[in-house]
Design a protein around this ligand. Structure first.
Ligand SMILES: C[S@@+](CC[C@H](N)C(=O)[O-])C[C@H]1O[C@@H](n2cnc3c(N)ncnc32)[C@H](O)[C@@H]1O
Length: 326
C-alpha cells in the first residue's frame, strides 16, 4: 500500500470474554489439531476486518490467541508498508459468499425458497447474521468437537450482556450436523438431520475443499453433483490453484487450476469464476492499484510463476455453479 493511501481500521477488539469462554479457547489451543483450529483462525480474520465484514460474533468465536496473532501480522504489514494487508483475501471471500448466498436465495424466490448447507462450517455465523436466510433451513456440517465448542460459546454469548444482542437467529432454522465429510455417510447424516434432497439447495463450500485430499474433494463434489439431478442447486465454492497449495504443504492438498472446466465435467452448469479484485470480488478493499491481485488478474491463468520475478502465481478462485434436473 503506497504512502498516500490510508490503512483500513484494523484494531484488536476490546476482549470482553468471560472466564468460561477463555477456558473453552484454552482447550481448543491444547487439544485441537491445526485442521480444526483453522476454524478459529478464519473467524479471527473476519473479526479484524469488522469494518468491512458484518460478523459481530467472530471475535468471540475466534478467541484471543488467534485475534492477537492476526493483529500482529497486520501491524507488521503496516510497518513494512505492504501493498496488501493480511486478511484481505478472507474479507473479500466472506463478502463474496455473503453476496452470492443472497443472490442464490433470491433466485429461488417464488419456487419454494432454498435450504442452505455449509460444509466445513467452522465458526461461520451466517445463521445469526444474514437476514436473507429468514425463510431458509440452514445446516452446518463439521467435526463434532468443532460444532460442540461453537454451540457452547454461542450459549455463553446468549447469556452475556456484551454479545447477547447478536445471538438471535436470522435463519429459519439451524441444524448442526456432526460429520466427517471424508466419510461416505455424511449425506445420510445430513438427511437424518432434516436435509430434504427434493428441495432447492444452496451448497456453501467456503475454505474447505483444499483441506481435503484430492480424492475426498472430488467425492464431495460428485456427491453434490449427484444431488443436482434431483433438485435445483447452486454451488458456491473457493478453489486454490496449484501454486497456492504449496504455501502450507502440510495443510492444503486439493487444488484446481481450472474449476470452470472441472465443474461442468461433473454435471454443473452456468459456472462463473471470479478472482480477488474482479468487480464482484473487490468490495473497495484493495486500495493499492498495483496490488498483487491486480497483477495476477492481468496474467494468463495458465502461468504458474510470475514472468517478472519468478514468484508463484498463487490464486484463489471464487466459483458459482448451478445444477438442475434434466
Ligand atoms: C478454514 S475453516 C473454514 C470454516 C468456515 N467455512 C469459514 O469460512 O469460516 C475449515 C473448516 O473445515 C472443517 N473441516 C475440515 N475437514 C473436514 C472434514 N473432513 N469434515 C468436516 N469438516 C471438516 C474444519 O473443522 C474447519 O472448521
Amino acid at each position: 500500500m503506497s504512502e498516500h493511501q490510508t490503512w483500513p481500521e484494523l484494531e484488536l477488539p476490546d476482549l470482553l470474554f468471560t472466564d468460561p469462554v477463555r477456558k473453552i479457547h484454552a482447550d481448543v489451543e491444547n487439544d485441537w489439531d491445526p485442521l480444526r483450529r483453522s476454524a478459529c483462525q478464519t473467524a479471527a480474520g473476519r473479526a479484524l476486518w469488522k469494518h468491512a465484514v458484518n460478523d459481530p460474533l467472530a471475535e468471540l468465536l475466534a478467541g484471543e490467541v488467534y485475534l492477537r496473532g492476526f493483529y500482529e501480522k497486520v501491524k507488521k504489514d503496516r510497518l513494512s508498508n505492504a501493498r496488501e494487508v493480511s486478511g484481505v483475501i478472507l474479507a473479500v471471500r466472506t463478502m463474496w459468499f455473503d453476496a452470492k448466498i443472497e443472490e442464490a436465495i433470491n433466485s429461488f424466490y417464488g419456487t419454494g425458497g432454498a435450504q442452505v448447507v455449509l460444509l466445513g462450517a467452522g465458526m461461520d455465523a451466517r445463521a445469526y447474521r444474514l437476514s436473507c436466510l429468514k425463510e431458509s433451513d440452514v445446516f452446518e456440517v463439521d467435526f463434532p468437537e468443532v460444532l460442540q465448542m461453537k454451540a457452547t460459546i454461542l450459549q455463553a454469548a446468549a447469556e452475556s450482556t456484551n454479545y447477547c444482542q447478536h445471538t438471535t437467529m436470522t435463519g429459519k432454522s439451524l441444524s448442526r450436523v456432526a460429520a466427517d465429510i471424508t466419510d461416505k455417510n455424511w449425506l445420510q447424516k445430513l438427511q437424518k438431520s432434516g436435509f430434504d434432497p427434493d428441495r432447492n439447495t444452496v451448497w456453501v463450500l467456503e475454505g474447505i475443499l483444499y483441506y481435503l485430499s484430492s480424492s475426498h474433494a472430488m467425492e464431495v463434489l460428485k456427491t453434490i453433483a449427484e444431488n443436482c439431478t434431483i433438485t435445483h442447486t447452486v454451488l458456491l465454492a473457493d478453489f486454490m490453484n496449484k501454486p497456492s497449495i504449496t504455501l502450507s504443504s502440510s495443510m492444503f492438498h486439493f487444488y484446481s487450476d481450472w474449476p470452470d472446466h472441472l465443474l461442468p465435467s461433473l454435471g454443473f452448469s452456468d459456472v462463473k469464476l471470479s478472482q480477488i479484485g474482479d468487480p464482484d470480488a473487490h468490495f473497495g478493499l484493495l486500495h493499492d492499484p498495483v496490488n498483487l491481485f491486480n497483477k495476477l488478474r492481468g496474467l494468463p491463468r495458465s502461468l504458474q510463476t510470475h514472468p517478472d520475478d519468478g514468484t508463484p502465481c498463487c490464486r484463489l478462485y471464487l466459483v458459482k455453479a448451478s445444477g438442475s434436473p434434466n
